[in-house]
Write a new protein. Sequence first.
Length: 289
Amino acid sequence: MSYPKGAIHRLAKLKEDDFFEAVSEGLSRIIESVAAYDADREALSESKRPHGAEVLHALAQEEAAKYLILMDAVRCPKPRREAHLRAFNDHVAKGIYVECLAWGPDCFGSIRRDAESERDQYFLDGPMGTDWDFKNRIMGERENLLYVDCVDDGNDGFQWVSPQSDPEDLARLYASRSPIVDLVLAFHALGCSNVAALSVIAQKWAEVKVADDMRAIKLRKMNEETLDELAAAGVVDPREEVARSFVIEHWPFPLHSVELLRRRVTPADLKAQRERALYEEMGVLESFL
């Protein structure tokens, strides 16, 4: 698939020093946006306006995901950088970044497989596994939160649906920040958004081969070594012990080698999946193939 060459292309093709300068500015602007959304989320939650709090919670997470996408562009081999940066404006890719902090994988291969399972534009599910068509889960949850929609009612008709919230549940749920927001604020508290820090991070990760069998314990060791080198270079605040510990524990595997963009699925694709499942259930899959 080809993409028009625009701002992302120009950003990706910058020389290293210019790239770090541009990314540093982007990270700082994202932090301002995340902090603003999060402060307003907290105010709405305290005012018992849960749906507004939920919307701002989701927007803060999306912005925080863009911070991690840029940080992975810094950790990324330059030939891969432009392809990775396309994730910056893709809602599915940003949703995967948000969710990967909750997956708690034991190795990188688990992250790759989980990300792959979230990409399809449409998928089949139901009691038999192929009963109904569903929109991509990440996109569906996002749109259900934000928009009124006209949807299939399951009986050859339609129904209108509005964003729904349970005030009591959401007031509890959105009274605190999400892990991805805490993570990017911890990065910023340490000083990782500045140009000098980005240069150190890029050098540290330049030769790291992130294979499917790379374990979470090795990742945390790499995170710790990265912060140690940043401290030795005098470019992060050594007093921020809480932020340091949070980054070591929660900075996820680099996702620049993972396919993250939403994958197109057509009605014909869904039909073929249904037929394959039927033939497999009948024990005559070879006829289908």
